[in-house]
Design a protein around this ligand. Structure first.
Ligand SMILES: Nc1ncnc2c1ncn2[C@@H]1O[C@H](COP(=O)(O)OP(=O)(O)OP(=O)(O)O)[C@@H](O)[C@H]1O
Ligand SMILES: [Mg+2]
Length: 664
C-alpha cells in the first residue's frame, strides 16, 4: 500500500529531466534546512501507584535516538527550504498505509491502560468490603486479573506499534536510498555527505518515534485523560473541579515553558551538528591535517564546538527540569487541595473515605496521560521536522528511473561493440555558479574508432566534456551528439551503458580488489578479469596481496598507491567493453614503464573502439589520431601533433615544456 504512495511521488518527481545549469530549477544552494527539533526525554513521572500508563512512553523514549544520534542532521545540508506540502500531510501519507494496524495497536494499549484505569475503582470496592466486614476476595481477584490482562494487552499493543514503526522506517530508508542513488549530480554537488547520511539514518528513526510516542501516545493520552476525568467525575464532582483548576494551571505554565525548551533544544542540536561537521572536516583530510601540523588547532576547533554543544545542552536540561518540577509540584498541589477539600467533605459525611482514596489514586493516574501528551507533542515536532528533511531529499531533481531489468540486460550486452562517434557543436555550459561558463561554445568531432586527445591548460574545460557526455550535467546550449544522435534523445541507461569513464582521480571503492574491478561489469567472467588484470599490469600487485583479488583495499582504496588505483580504474573500464572510452589523466601517476605499457593497451583498444583521452603527458597525446586544444572553454585548434606543433602556439608551448619534462 505504502509503496504505491511512494512510487507515485517518485514518478512525479522523476518526470522530465530538469536543467541543472545556471537557470535550472535545482537551485537552492547553501541554505541550511532547520535541524530536527530534538528528542526530549520523557518527563519523569512523580511517584504514584499508577506506573502502567507511563511504561509505554518510557519504552518509546528508549527507542528514540538520543541527541547525539540525531546530531549530524544539523550540518550544512545545502538543501533549499522551498515550501512544500505541509509536513503533517507528508507524515500522514506515510502513516496512512498502516492506519489499520496502528488503530488496532492503539486500541490494545488503550485497553491495557483502561484496565489500569479500573484499578482505583476496584480498590475502592475492596476498601468498602473491608469496612463492611465482607470478604475482599472478589475485588482483589478482579484486581489481579485486571493487572495481568492489562499488562498482556499493553505489551501486545506496544509490540504491534513498534513493529509498524520499524516497517515505516524501513520503507522510508528504502525510498530514500533509491532516491539518493538517482539524484542528479548537480543536486549532490550541493549537499554535504554527512547531512545526507543523517537524513537516511537518524531522521528516519525519528519517524518511528513520531508514530509511537507522537501519534499513538497522544491519541491514547487524550482518551486516557478523558477516561480518568470521567471516573473522577463519577467519584466526586467537587474534587474534580479542584483538580481541573490545577490541570489548567499545569497547562498554562507548561505552554509558557514549551517554546523556550523547543528553542533551546533546537540550538543544542545545531551545535551538536556543528561539532560533527568540525570533526568530519578533520577526518576527510586526516593526512593533510597531520602533515600541516594542524592537530592542535583542529582539536581546539572541535573542542570549542563540543563546549558550545555542552552549554546549550545544559540550557535544555535547565528548562526541562523546570517543567518537570512544575508538573510534579502541580500534582502535589492538587493532592493537597483534594486532600483538604476531600477530607473536609469526608468529615462532614458528604463523601465516603473509599471514594477519596480512589479519587487520589486517579489523581496520580492523571500524570500518565499528561506526561504522554507532553511527550507526544515533542515527539510529533521532531517527527515533523524529520519528515520535512526526508521529503527535501526526495523532492530534489532526480534522473529518470532505470528501465526494467530485461531492457537493461539488452543494453548491457550490445553484441559486437561498434565504436561511437561524438560531435560537440557550439556547446555552452556553466556549473550554475557565478564563474564564467566552463564551456563557451565548444565545437569538435570525434570519429567512430580511433583515439582523440583533449589537451589544454588546467581549468580549460576538458573534464567537463566527459561530464557532459555522461550526462552528469545538462548542457545549456549547442548540441552534443553521440553516434549522430542528440545526446538528449538517448535513453540515459543506454547512453551510459555504451560508455566507460575513468575519472581524473581514479576512485576506488571500499571492498575487495575483485569487487572494484567488476564494479562496472559485474557479469564479466574470470577469463576477462584475468586479461584485464594482465593488460593493466596489475598481476604483480595481485600476486603480492595476501588474498589476491579478494583482498580488501580499504576506504577509498587507501591501502593502494596512486598508480595502482589508476590501473584498477582502467581495468574496470576495460571490463565494461565500452563503445566509447573516456580516459581522464589516467596515466598521470604511473611510472614510465607502466605508462608505456598502458599507452600500448590504449592504442590497441583504439583499434576496436573510440577512445577519447585527456592527458597532460605528451607521450600519450602524440599518438592520437587527432588532438583538440581547449582553452578557457573554447576549442583553440584541432589537428595532429605535427600540425599543431607548427600551427598552434599554445600547443607548441605545452608540447615543448611537457616533452622536456618527460625527457627528464
Ligand atoms: N562541479 C563543479 N562545480 C563548479 N565548477 C566546476 C565544477 N567542476 C569544474 N568546475 C569549473 O569548471 C572549469 C572547467 O573545469 P574542468 O574540470 O573541465 O577543467 P579541466 O580542463 O579538466 O582542468 P584540469 O586539467 O585541471 O583537470 C574550471 O574553472 C572549474 O573550476
Ligand atoms: Mg580535469
Amino acid at each position: 500500500m505504502g509503496t504505491a504512495t511512494g512510487t507515485t511521488a517518485d514518478a512525479e518527481r522523476n518526470g522530465p529531466p530538469e536543467g541543472g545549469g545556471p537557470g535550472g530549477p535545482a537551485g537552492g544552494a547553501g541554505r541550511s534546512a532547520p535541524p530536527d527539533p530534538p528528542e526530549r526525554p520523557a518527563p519523569s513521572t512523580p511517584p504514584g501507584p499508577s506506573g502502567a500508563a507511563r511504561t509505554s512512553g518510557a519504552a518509546d523514549a528508549n527507542s528514540a535516538p538520543g541527541p547525539a544520534e540525531a546530531s549530524g542532521s544539523s550540518g550544512d545540508p545545502g538543501i533549499s527550504e522551498a515550501p512544500g506540502p505541509s509536513p503533517l500531510r507528508l507524515l500522514l501519507s506515510r502513516v496512512r498505509p498502516h492506519q489499520g494496524v496502528l488503530l488496532r495497536a492503539g486500541l490494545l494499549s488503550l485497553a491495557g491502560s483502561g484496565a489500569g484505569l479500573a484499578m482505583p475503582l476496584t480498590a475502592k470496592y475492596a476498601v468498602d468490603a473491608f469496612a463492611a466486614d465482607r470478604s475482599p476476595a472478589g475485588p482483589l481477584v478482579a484486581l489481579t486479573a485486571l493487572v495481568l490482562v492489562g499488562a498482556c494487552l499493553s505489551a501486545y499493543g506496544r509490540y504491534l506499534m513498534s513493529r509498524t514503526g520499524e516497517g515505516v522506517v524501513l520503507r522510508a530508508r528504502d525510498q530514500l536510498v533509491s532516491r539518493i542513488m538517482r539524484l542528479k549530480v548537480p543536486a549532490v554537488d550541493r549537499l554535504t555527505p554527512g547531512d545526507l547520511q543523517s537524513r537516511v539514518t537518524s531522521d528516519t528513526t525519528l519517524l518511528r518515534t513520531v508514530l509511537s510516542s507522537g501519534l499513538v501516545e497522544s491519541f491514547n493520552s487524550v482518551l486516557m485523560l478523558l477516561g480518568t476525568i470521567g471516573f473522577m467525575a463519577y467519584m466526586d464532582l467537587t474534587l474534580l473541579g479542584v483538580t481541573l483548576v490545577v490541570i489548567v494551571g499545569i497547562g498554562a505554565v507548561t505552554s509558557l515553558l514549551m517554546p523556550r525548551i523547543q528553542r533551546a533544544q533546537l540550538r543544542a542540536q545545531e551545535s551538536v551538528g556543528a561539532m560533527g561537521a568540525a570533526l568530519d572536516r578533520v577526518l576527510q583530510a586526516f593526512r593533510t591535517v597531520k602533515a600541516s601540523g594542524a592537530e592542535e588547532r583542529e582539536t581546539a576547533a572541535v573542542a570549542a564546538a563540543a563546549r558550545h554543544a555542552h552549554d546549550r545542552g545544559v540550557t535544555v536540561a535547565k528548562w526541562a527540569s523546570v517543567t518537570d518540577v512544575t508538573m510534579m509540584m502541580s500534582i502535589q498541589l492538587a493532592f493537597l487541595a483534594v486532600l483538604g477539600v476531600g477530607g473536609a467533605r469526608v468529615a462532614s459525611g458528604s463523601l465516603e473515605i473509599s471514594a477519596l482514596i480512589a479519587f487520589l489514586l486517579y489523581l496520580f493516574y492523571l500524570m500518565g496521560p499528561i506526561g504522554g501528551l507532553v511527550e507526544g507533542w515533542t515527539g510529533l515536532q521532531s517527527g515533523l521536522a524529520a519528515v520535512r528533511r526526508i521529503d527535501e531529499v526526495e523532492s530534489l531533481p532526480g534522473e529518470p528511473a532505470p528501465p526494467p531489468a530485461p531492457v537493461r540486460e539488452a543494453v548491457r550486452d550490445p553484441g559486437p561493440a561498434r565504436p561511437l562517434g561524438v560531435a560537440f557543436q557550439d556547446v555552452v555550459f556553466g556549473y550554475g555558479d557565478e564563474r564564467a561558463p566552463a564551456h563557451q561554445g565548444v565545437t569538435f568531432d570525434v570519429p567512430a574508432g580511433g583515439m582523440v586527445a583533449l589537451v589544454g591548460p588546467s581549468g580549460a574545460g576538458k573534464s567537463t566534456v566527459f561530464s557532459l557526455l555522461e550526462r552528469f550535467y545538462d548542457h545549456d546550449g549547442g548540441t552534443i551528439s553521440v553516434a549522430d544522435r542528440n545526446i538528449r534523445d538517448w535513453p540515459l541507461a543506454e547512453l551510459r551503458g555504451a560508455l566507460a569513464y575513468v575519472e581524473q582521480d581514479a576512485p576506488v571503492l571500499a571492498g575487495t580488489l575483485r569487487e572494484n574491478l567488476l564494479f562496472a561489469a559485474p557479469e564479466a567472467d574470470e577469463e576477462a578479469l584475468a586479461s584485464a588484470v594482465a593488460r593493466t599490469r596489475l598481476d604483480a600487485l595481485v600476486a603480492r596481496l595476501p588474498e589476491g583479488l579478494d583482498t580488501a583495499v580499504g576506504h577509498r582504496g587507501v591501502t593502494l598507491s596512486g598508480g595502482e588505483r589508476q590501473r584498477i580504474a582502467i581495468a574496470r573500464a576495460l571490463l565494461r567493453r565500452p563503445r566509447l572510452l573516456l580516459l581522464d589523466e589516467v596515466t598521470s601517476q604511473l611510472d614510465a614503464v607502466n605508462e608505456q605499457a598502458l599507452r600500448d593497451v590504449i592504442l590497441e583498444l583504439a583499434e576496436q573502439t573510440t577512445v577519447l583521452v585527456i592527458a597532460h603527458r605528451l607521450s600519450t597525446v602524440r599518438h592520437a589520431d587527432r588532438i583538440v586544444v581547449l582553452e578557457e572553454g573554447r576549442v583553440r585548434r584541432a589537428g595532429t601533433h605535427e600540425e599543431l606543433l607548427t600551427e598552434d602556439d599554445l600547443y607548441r608551448e605545452l608540447a615543448t615544456t611537457q616533452l622536456a619534462a618527460d625527457a627528464r
